[in-house]
Design a protein around this ligand. Structure first.
Ligand SMILES: Cc1cc2nc3c(=O)[nH]c(=O)nc-3n(C[C@H](O)[C@H](O)[C@H](O)COP(=O)(O)OP(=O)(O)OC[C@H]3O[C@@H](n4cnc5c(N)ncnc54)[C@H](O)[C@@H]3O)c2cc1C
Length: 415
């Protein structure tokens, strides 16, 4: 049987995972061609933060080396950014003119960092934090310059700040919110985190808007100006103020997009020959920015590419962690709570532990843990599975220790 042609745009985590899943189901259906804008084989983007912090090397975080592609007969075109999808002729065209025809197309272009539209944002030394090139640039800058400013106090911003500090820079995190990690923590745990990070040497400017970035006089950024007129020195500015799904290419080809390329429950776009997966895809109104949901999507997409056609993706509940060694936090679901919810809270400021569980109609709907996260996985499972917790409600805060005997033991230990 003549093989079909599968072309994938974007050689990142979600796309390559889809290929892995597909190859498990069928390695004879397709001739596969992959276009990657980066000059590298697939690596674990999540682990860029440990690379920045000096805890791992790039070689440690490669997921699929060149031999993997070769071994599976995949044609890998690196450093080749696709600039056009011709859906009539069913082919894609890269910046350098390389073309490839497809029977099925998989768009897995990920996201791009949101760069604040402020004066000075194109100066040398102003970057986003997305790939190994950004990471290397930060490492190099830390060797030669002193002051770094990270805009954004979310997961990415804090991991960038921590890494730059460990590389010897004086780092200030600028955040326009009331507390850090507002999407992962409530105000109590957010402030505990800030205290812990300040003790390590990070500096914070909260409730602050950045008005402009100023030239040091040589085309490189030299300072950051806030809306109240304050100036602080900055040789490097890392924008970590959010990401935008990379949909430009799909939009140009006429595929419907709204905060992501619109896909159905099989990850298929409005063109039945074209699938989209990962951070670039919008499923039921959500474009996910974490890998766990993307890997679930990958399984479903592969199932359809392999012509099995029975899997469906219904959306995901997500959980997050911060990858700063020595700081444990976990949150999942509706951890803020609201109307119709009840919360159980445990707070021990002396040992730096805070736990909040949010319950609605006898179901755990959210959890926020700081300082002790061992039970995070357990809570996450309960949230995902909508388990009725009425019978274990009084013991819920003690996580894994469900049987009464263990509970007695735990209470004895605690007293
Ligand atoms: C520093 C950092 C830390 C993170 N930490 C976590 C974490 O702890 N937990 C977590 O769950 N998630 C984390 N994430 C997010 C996670 O990495 C992403 O959710 C995941 O990588 C998304 O996969 P993707 O395949 O959609 O996009 P990507 O992995 O970004 O892959 C997209 C690829 O497509 C390429 N591309 C784009 N346009 C084109 C084009 N036109 N032609 C060819 N190629 C193109 C891009 O260059 C890129 O290589 C982190 C991200 C970063 C940057």
């Amino acid at each position: 049987m003549k093989k079909l042609k599968l072309v994938m745009i974007g050689n990142g985590m979600a796309g390559v995972r889809t290929l892995e899943e597909l190859l498990k189901l069928s390695d004879e259906l397709y001739d596969i061609t992959v276009f990657g804008a980066e000059p590298h084989a697939n690596y674990n983007r999540i682990l860029l933060s440990p690379v920045l912090a000096g805890e791992q090397t790039f070689e440690d975080i490669v997921l699929n080396d060149l031999n993997w592609y070769q071994g599976h007969g995949i044609k890998l075109l690196l450093n080749r950014k696709v600039v056009q999808i011709d859906r009539i002729k069913r082919r894609v065209i890269a910046e350098d003119g390389t073309e490839a025809e497809y029977d099925r197309l998989l768009i897995a272009t990920g996201s791009t960092p949101f760069i604040l539209p402020i004066p000075g944002n194109t100066l040398h030394g102003v970057i986003g934090y997305r790939d190994i090139a950004d990471t290397r640039l930060m490492i190099d800058t830390a060797r030669t310059h002193r002051h770094a400013v990270v805009i954004g106090g979310g997961l990415l911003g804090l991991e960038a700040a921590n890494g730059l500090m460990l590389r010897g820079m004086h780092v200030t995190v600028v955040h326009n919110g009331e507390w850090l990690l507002e999407r992962q923590l409530d105000n109590v745990s957010g402030r505990m985190l800030q205290t812990a990070l300040e003790a390590r040497g990070l500096h914070f400017r909260l409730r602050e808007q950045t008005r402009a970035l100023h030239d040091a006089g040589n085309g490189r950024v030299g300072s950051v100006e806030f809306s109240n007129g304050d100036l602080i020195p900055a040789d490097l500015v890392v924008m970590a103020a959010g990401i935008r799904p990379a949909t430009e290419l799909a939009e140009k080809s006429g595929l419907p997009c709204h905060r992501g390329i619109l896909v159905n429950d099989t990850m298929q776009t409005y063109d039945p020959r074209v699938y989209a997966i990962g951070e670039c895809a919008s499923h039921r109104g959500t474009a996910y920015g974490l890998v766990a949901p993307l890997f679930e999507q990958a399984k479903v997409c592969a199932n359809h590419l392999a012509r099995l056609g029975f899997a469906t993706y219904k959306g995901s509940v997500t959980a997050t962690k911060l990858k700063v060694t020595g700081i444990d936090l976990f949150s999942a679901g509706d951890f803020m709570g609201g109307e119709g919810t009840e919360t159980i809270t445990l707070s021990d400021p002396i040992s730096g532990i805070y736990k909040k569980l949010v319950i609605k109609d006898d179901v755990l709907v959210g959890a926020c843990l700081y300082g002790d996260t061992v039970d995070g996985g357990e809570y996450f499972q309960q949230i995902r599975e909508n388990l009725d917790i009425a019978a274990i409600r009084d013991r819920l805060m003690f996580g894994r220790l469900q049987p009464n005997d263990d509970m007695q033991h735990h209470l004895r230990e605690a007293s």
